[in-house]
Design a binder for this molecule. Structure first.
Ligand code: KIV
Ligand code: NA
Length: 263
């Protein structure tokens, strides 16, 4: 059965964890979906892991369309979420035009980064049949405003703000919230406060789903490994085995452990 927004909501209501992984091409899309991953993210992280940039800012709509088309061709029933790249949703009108291109390329939903300033855009996309995931916490397209890739929402006023953004976004029509690099307590509280499924990365084990960049899971990303990443290749020895180990670990609650989380 293909994954849908509705099936993810059913998962949340039943208290069952689900998984998400990035893929950027048809082969990985096929492997990832076949291993039981529910959501495939065509992430603008491709600017870093495929293109070698030090941020996601250089990624264009043409890049995202190209990779979304490839992922669609290999898809085995996962829900395909495509990132809208930097400045492709600066206004609601731009967002509508660019989100339509990603949906026509094969995405089932789009992801945009930011707080409640996105509500008008979310409402506009959602009313026109485009499901939206709102990405909160560490938003990599704003790395120059944030002053680096840092944990967000450590102060209680900031934590309250992030939760308020998510509530407003759900009210505007957001179907999924993605939380990156926030304290586990904040992610758990947010997840309980909204009915839309919440996907976490570096957000502890209290969210409804988890996401990782596939290169990180396979341990092939050069440089320092972030705290929230686990190399599943070490214990599995094959790509397929590593992805299945990730799926099992998320479903059983073994991943993320405290050592992968922020407090
Ligand atoms: O682009 C990406 O891979 C992402 C995840 C890190 C959530 O946005
Ligand atoms: Na992204």
């Amino acid at each position: 059965m293909p994954t849908t927004i509705q099936s993810l909501k059913t998962c949340k209501e039943a208290g069952e964890k689900f998984t998400c992984l990035t893929s950027y091409d048809a082969t990985f899309s096929h492997i990832v979906g076949s291993a039981g991953v529910e959501v495939i993210l065509v992430g603008d992280s491709l600017g870093m892991v495929l293109q070698g940039h030090d941020s996601t800012l250089p990624v264009t709509m043409d890049h995202m369309i190209y990779h979304t088309e490839a992922v669609k061709r290999g898809n085995q029933g996962a829900l395909i979420m495509a990132d809208m790249p930097f400045m492709s949703y600066a206004t609601p009108e731009q967002a509508l035009e660019n989100a339509a291109l990603l949906m026509q390329a094969g995405a089932h939903m789009v992801k945009i980064e930011g707080g409640d300033w996105l509500c008008e855009t979310i409402r506009m996309l959602s009313e026109r049949g485009i499901p939206v995931c709102a990405h909160l916490g560490l938003t990599p397209q704003s790395v120059n405003k944030l002053g680096g890739y840092k944990v967000q929402g450590r102060e209680s006023s900031q934590a309250d703000e992030i939760i308020a953004h998510a509530i407003a976004q759900e009210r505007a029509g957001a179907d999924i919230i993605l939380l990156e690099c926030v304290p586990s307590s904040l992610a758990t509280r947010l997840t309980k406060n909204i009915s839309a499924p919440v996907i976490g990365i570096g957000a502890g084990s209290g969210t409804d789903g988890q996401v990782l960049v596939i290169h990180d899971l396979l341990g092939i990303t050069p440089g320092r490994r972030p705290k929230f990443v686990k190399n599943f290749m070490e214990e599995s020895g094959s790509i397929d085995g590593a992805i299945k180990a990730y799926v099992d670990a998320v479903k059983s609650g073994d991943f993320p452990a405290d050592e992968h989380s922020f407090n």
